[in-house]
Design a protein around this ligand. Sequence first.
Ligand SMILES: [Zn+2]
Length: 416
Amino acid sequence: MDSLKRSMARDEKRFGREYDLDIFNIVAVSDFNFGAMENKGLNIFNDKLVFAQPATATDADYENIERVIAHEYFHNWTGNRITCRDWFQLCLKEGLTVYRDQEFTSDERSRAVKRISDVVTLRSAQFPEDGGPLAHPARPDHYREINNFYTPTVYEKGAEIVRMLATLLGEAGFRRGMDLYFERHDGEATTIEAFLAVFAEANGVDLEQFKTRYLQAGTPRLTVTDSYDAASQTYTLKLSQETLPTPGQPTKQELVLPIKFGLIGPNGSPMGWSAVSGGEVQDDMIVLRDASAEITFSGVANKPVPSLLREFSAPVNLDTDLTQDDRLFSAQHDSDPYGRWQALQDVATALAVDAATGKARSDAAVDGLSRAMADTLAQQEPRRCLQGAGFEPAGRSVDRADHRQGYRPRTHSRGP
Ligand SMILES: [Zn+2]
């Protein structure tokens, strides 16, 4: 009940959506072969996603209950009042509703921990699918069995596509599009094209190339190299993208990639620039639309360390020529928590691989990793609890739950 009340409050606040009936039922069913199902006014759940006993439930159980109750409730607008014209549009309601439940958890708990845990899920479940024989677009164009549509690509990659749309349009622009979507399509069974059209119209932008994201399978590889010219005080990033062929799609088109970034100066502070040329840069975001771009920043007094793909702003595999020292520097100074986490992962993984392959251990690198981890722990952001939730199950430390469960693999409980 606590999860439901907070879901309702959040949907009113974030998306202006109120519940429309006098009654809302949550039904728990044992031996339910899905996670849950959003039947209008009567949401049905696998009982493990409703019942929790403090003596036996883990922190992750509580988080999953909160998340899935929210997900099914959010379907009342994105799934029930506006539904799918046909099965091929499944991502219209699922990608969007997963995005909405991710934002709910981010707002209620820790945004950084939630993002990191979603990236871990995406890379462990969706990237392998996207790179293997079962690769398919977020909007598939054929099927043998409808149950096969309930995939990490339709759900998690679908959510990433909506997230990129929100990143490209900004919070206000995304809300304008959502408002128009609800206004125009309430009561309809509609399509992904119609969904994109309202964002294009509400913001006066062309989303034709962006639509490729829904139609093209595969995870792009983004390669970035950098160079610094001290004499002219210019810093250059060379970017290129490539998506390898997937079954049934031998040739790939270039995708729109929103790449959030920052430049970190020698003292660890953010660095600015006086002018930029050679590519599309909007504040803290590079938008790559072509196969490659060479972007030059002027008025850069020292060689910076780049923080690339902040917040994991696009689902890609990133290749850079950053050194281990650069990564250790990012691990200590990046203001983006995801970037800091990724840098720590990269350094630790490289050390583990070296150790496993019998290479001599670099004590300096191990010390650097320890220091970076210690700095991160020392600089912990103010804790954010479930204050105002109005309900705290006996025997459970909400505060602890808030900070410990982000690194656990997410339970794959889903339903229509
Ligand atoms: Zn769903």
